[in-house]
Design a protein around this ligand. Structure first.
Ligand code: 2AM
Ligand code: CA
Ligand code: CA
Ligand code: CA
Length: 262
C-alpha cells in the first residue's frame, strides 16, 4: 500500500498526538478532569492532543478549516476543505485506564468526507481510508463482513447520553435488537465501533446523537470497505446525527429491528 501525501499528513499528525496521549495514559491520576455534563468528561489530555493535531495540520495544509470537539469551529481561508477532529474518542475509557480509545481525524472536501484516520494507540492499530483508494488496518485491506444471517450477527452500539435526556425508545430498540441478532457490544468509543464494522469484526452498528468528529473518518472507511453508512432519518450526515452502518444486509436488518421498536 502506498500512502498518499494527504494520508501521510493525516497519519503524521495523529501519531504525534498519540505520543502525548500515551504519556498521559500512563499517569491518568495526575490529569485535570472537568465534567461538561453528567457522564461527559474532558481532560488536559484531550485539549493537549487537539492542539498538537491542529498545529500539525495547519502547518501541512495552511488555510483549511477545522471542526474540533474541544475548540469548536475555525473558519479557513480555503472554503472547500475542512478537518473534523476528535483528539480523544473514548475519554471515559481513557480516564479509567481502559485501553480502548482513539484519535480520529477526517477531511471534508466540497461537502463530502473523503479521508479518515482512526488510531487505537493502546493496541497500535491504525485504520485509514481515502475515497476511491480503499480502507486499511495496519496496511491490511479492510472489508465489511460477509454475514447474511441476522441470527449470526454481532451488533455494535452506543447508549444515549443521560445528559441529553437519553432516548425514549432506546430500551425497546435494544430489546428488539437482542431478540433478532446474535449479540451486542457497547465498547465506549464510537469511532472504533465504526472502524470495527469496516474491518468485519462487527456486522452493523447504530448510535444516536453522534457528532461529525465521531463518525466522519468511519464513514469513509465503511464505504471503502464495501458497506453502507447512513442516518436513521435517511438524510446525508453532515452534522450531529443518529448513525447506522454495516454490511448491506446487516444495516438493513438493523434498521428494520429499530423500526419495529418504534
Ligand atoms: P468522546 O469520548 O469523544 O466524548 C460513546 O458511546 C461515544 O459517545 C464516545 O465516542 C464518546 O466520545 C461519545 N460521547 C461522550 N459523551 C457524549 C455526549 N454527551 N454526547 C454525545 N456523545 C458523547
Ligand atoms: Ca467528549
Ligand atoms: Ca473526544
Ligand atoms: Ca467522540
Amino acid at each position: 500500500m502506498i500512502r498518499s501525501p494527504l494520508m501521510t499528513v493525516m497519519t503524521d499528525a495523529v501519531m504525534k498526538a498519540s505520543r502525548s496521549l500515551k504519556r498521559d495514559f500512563g499517569e491518568i491520576e495526575n490529569l485535570q478532569v472537568l465534567a461538561k455534563g453528567p457522564g461527559d468528561f474532558v481532560s488536559k489530555a484531550d485539549t493537549k492532543a487537539e492542539e498538537i493535531i491542529r498545529a500539525a495540520l495547519e502547518k501541512a495544509r495552511p488555510g483549511y478549516g477545522f471542526v474540533m470537539e474541544e475548540s469548536g469551529v475555525v473558519q479557513g481561508t480555503d472554503e472547500s476543505n475542512r478537518w473534523h477532529i476528535d483528539p480523544l474518542d473514548g475519554t471515559h475509557n481513557f480516564l479509567r485506564g481502559i485501553p480502548h480509545w482513539n484519535i480520529s481525524v477526517a477531511l471534508e472536501r466540497d461537502n463530502q468526507f473523503i479521508a479518515g484516520v482512526v488510531y487505537d494507540a493502546a493496541k497500535d492499530e491504525l485504520f485509514i481510508a481515502e475515497k476511491g483508494k480503499g480502507a486499511y488496518v495496519n496496511n491490511r485491506r479492510m472489508r465489511v463482513s460477509g454475514r447474511r444471517e441476522p441470527a449470526e450477527m454481532l451488533i455494535g452500539m452506543g447508549v444515549p447520553h443521560i445528559g441529553k435526556g437519553g432516548h425514549p425508545l432506546f430500551l425497546h430498540e435494544l430489546g428488539a435488537v437482542m431478540t433478532r441478532f446474535a449479540n451486542v457490544r457497547r465498547m465506549g468509543s464510537a469511532a472504533l465501533d465504526i472502524a470495527y464494522v469496516a474491518a468485519g469484526r462487527m456486522d452493523a452498528y447504530w448510535e444516536r446523537g453522534l457528532n461529525t468528529w465521531d463518525f466522519a473518518a468511519g464513514a469513509v472507511m465503511i464505504r471503502e470497505a464495501g458497506g453502507t453508512f447512513g442516518t436513521l432519518d435517511g438524510k446525508q450526515p453532515t452534522s450531529a446525527k443518529d448513525i447506522i452502518c454495516g454490511n448491506e444486509v446487516g444495516e438493513q436488518s438493523l434498521r428494520a429491528a429499530l423500526k419495529s421498536a418504534g
